[in-house]
Design a protein around this ligand. Structure first.
Ligand code: GTP
Ligand code: MG
Length: 272
């Protein structure tokens, strides 16, 4: 699977005058072409490594920690906007110094433990070193957002030698991914007004999803549930109630028996 070539920008396609000294803008454009190429290469290297691991699990074992992988290169407009938002001038040096997510990969895992297993696999050899790590699973964001964010140092071989570049890897479960995409849609994309109440309800959803992720993990491991079974009138233990409930009664965890993973086995790789 290749990273699409159509997203790349190419020096010969740019109308740079050969007669006059290049303007600052032209130099910036040429630098951007280089940035695009180098980070595209780092992205390819990291994605290739993840795909190798995924293929190994699919062919050798009956469980793969990876459900699917998505990846993208940040557009030049988005890089410029981020630099300006953070109060930096748009220069090539500032991109290298302040933007660590030009190349971004999202690894969607099946179970909670798979996230930390993937982290161990990725960093067990000398190939990728962790430059920065933020664990939004152990310490969720105020919004409720949960994922493990790693900035990896990825070496690439170019004509001048070996270059090390940062690649952001976001690791999350299918459930966390569902929450993050809908929350993003509701908060930023949808035309409807996003209220304080919506934000609170989304936080509660994130907590409930956290519980479900733990329960799915326990079911997979064959471990006892973290809730107690309630006996019915005849003393038969057939109803279950999670002991951990959110403040809002609408957010009780569903019966785990109903939590059927209908997406199981589906692996797609989206091109960035
Ligand atoms: P930016 O990359 O500029 O946002 O800054 P940062 O790197 O300090 O932020 P962070 O480590 O929080 O990671 C940012 C990325 O994580 C975003 O691009 C999203 O993909 C994801 N993310 C962070 N917080 C949220 C959130 O509250 N909701 C959703 N849906 N995604 C989030
Ligand atoms: Mg970031």
């Amino acid at each position: 699977m290749m990273i699409e070539k159509c997203g790349s920008i190419c020096l010969p396609h740019m109308k740079l005058s050969k007669d006059t000294a290049p303007t600052a803008e032209q130099e910036l454009m040429a630098g951007m072409v280089r940035v695009n190429h180098l980070f595209r290469s780092a992205l390819k290297v990291a994605v290739a490594q993840l795909e190798i691991l995924d293929e190994e699990f699919s062919t050798m074992y009956d469980h793969s920690p990876i459900h699917h992988i998505e990846y993208r290169l940040k557009t030049m407009d988005s890089i410029s906007e981020k630099l300006k938002r953070r109060g930096y001038e748009v220069t090539i040096d500032n991109i290298y110094a302040h933007i660590q997510d030009v190349a971004g990969i999202r690894v969607i895992c099946n179970y909670l433990d798979d996230i930390y297993y993937m982290r161990r696999l990725l960093t067990r050899t000398d190939s990728f070193e962790i430059i920065r790590e933020t664990d939004y699973i152990k310490n969720p964001k105020e919004s409720g957002y949960r994922s493990l964010h790693l900035i990896l140092d990825v070496p690439i071989m170019i004509s001048e030698g070996t270059l090390h570049l940062p690649v952001e890897v976001q690791l999350r479960t299918i459930a966390m991914d569902m929450w993050a995409s809908l929350e993003h849609e509701l908060r930023y994309k949808s035309k409807r007004h996003f209220s304080e109440n919506d934000a609170t309800r989304l936080q509660l959803c994130a907590e409930a999803i956290g519980e479900i992720d733990r329960e799915m993990q326990n079911i997979y491991l064959g471990e006892e549930p973290e809730y107690e079974a309630n006996d019915d009138a005849d003393g038969n233990p057939h109803t279950i109630t999670p002991t951990v409930t959110t403040a809002d009664p609408h957010f009780n965890c569903p019966d785990p028996a109903m939590a059927d993973d209908t997406t199981d086995g589906k692996k797609t790789v989206s091109l960035g």
